[in-house]
Write a protein that binds this ligand. Structure first.
Ligand SMILES: [Fe+2]
Length: 360
């Protein structure tokens, strides 16, 4: 096996603690909430900002994730909640310990009940294409939000691959805020009253087929279909095809109809999606409360191997009275963009006018 950043991989609980994951808990504070809206401390270090799409996904250059100040890491948490996913290049010094340190600033770290982990740091999971065979047990080509089956699912995931496939193996994210925002008003109201059950069924099947012993209980949880992101206050759709089994309190047929429609929008609307190509040293950090993601399983027989740290968030909630939307925030941004365009056009017209007056 290729070298790994993990010290030693613990494949299942026969080599370790059977109740490790039962200690998982929820965040007691909202990382990024109340941070400077301009994020001046963070952007003082940024040398280049590349937005992959207007409403989701930004690559930041100039940041060393291993050396963020407390204020910068708070502003970064807020920025990730707004942009859904943020990428960094050349973070070779962000080793397993630094990944843990960064995640710990934002909340308690999640121990996965089934995915193999690093012996020294059980909250560091090892994603190795050789440990999860292709097919239905693999979340590649399967849209999800990390560990949504937990009572307190993940706020942020930090992912770094140490072995990059020679070709392929990209990751794609989809914008949950936009999925909500573009629904018709009547459907929004309808979905806002619903909850859905998220389950560990995919891991139960995997366990039954492989005989792997879990590191703790495999949880099922009910969560609101429309969720408020506690940092931005924006509403997002929070169901996904891997973990959401059913909409609560409706017939099986109705549940399938609702979930199929949302899955269709999440997975097929290219205008909600961004695709990231990994290089050595690349790191992705995303907000699981308001985005969905999938690996693109096109890279075998090349190998993809990396480490993920998953931060536990709050228990999901929907705040009908106090939530806002990304669409509303975007309308304000769009106005600024138009004003800038108009100012530039006016300045150009004036300059042209002066030039023609000079040449007349
Ligand atoms: Fe994932």
């Amino acid at each position: 096996m290729a070298t790994t950043a993990a010290d030693k991989i613990i494949l299942d609980a026969s080599q370790g603690d059977e109740s490790l994951a039962d200690r998982n808990t929820h965040a007691t504070r909202v990382a990024g909430k109340g941070a400077d809206p301009d994020k001046k401390a963070l952007f003082a270090s940024v040398t280049k900002r590349i937005d992959y799409s207007p409403k989701i996904g930004t690559e930041l250059h100039g940041i060393r994730l291993s050396q963020l100040t407390e204020q910068q890491s708070e502003e970064l948490a807020a920025f990730i909640a707004e942009r859904g996913v943020v990428w960094f290049r050349d973070q070779d010094d962000l080793d397993r310990k630094e990944q843990v340190k960064l995640g710990s600033r934002w909340g308690p770290l999640h121990v996965h009940p089934l995915v193999p982990h690093d012996q020294e740091s059980p909250e560091v999971i090892v994603l190795d294409s050789r440990l999860s065979p292709p097919g239905r047990y693999n979340t590649n080509n399967s849209w999800h939000s990390d560990v949504s089956f937990e009572p307190a699912p993940s706020s942020f995931s930090i992912l770094k691959f140490d072995v990059i496939p020679e070709a392929g193996g990209d990751t794609v994210w989809s914008n949950g805020y936009a999925v909500y925002d573009d629904l018709s008003p009547a459907i929004k109201t309808f979905l806002e009253g619903l909850t859905a059950t998220h389950t560990s069924d995919i891991f139960r099947i995997f366990q039954a087929n492989t005989g792997r012993k879990t590191f703790g209980k495999l949880n099922d949880s009910s969560h609101p279909v429309v969720r408020t992101n506690p940092v931005t206050g924006w509403k997002s759709i929070f169901t996904n095809p891997v973990f959401t089994r059913e909409i609560d309190g409706v017939s099986a047929q109705e549940s399938k109809w609702i979930l199929d429609y949302l899955t269709d929008v999440i997975t097929k609307r290219l205008d909600y999606q961004v695709r990231f190509h990994w290089e050595k040293g690349s790191v992705a950090i995303w907000d699981n409360r308001s985005t969905f993601h999938t690996g693109v399983a096109d890279f075998r027989p090349h190998i993809r191997q990396g480490l993920r740290v998953t931060v536990s968030g709050e228990k999901p909630y929907f705040d009908k009275e106090n939530s806002s939307t990304q669409a509303k925030a975007w309308a304000a941004t769009a106005k600024t963009i138009v004003a800038k365009q108009e100012a530039a056009e006016k300045a150009k017209a004036e300059a042209d006018g002066r030039a023609s007056a000079t040449t007349a």
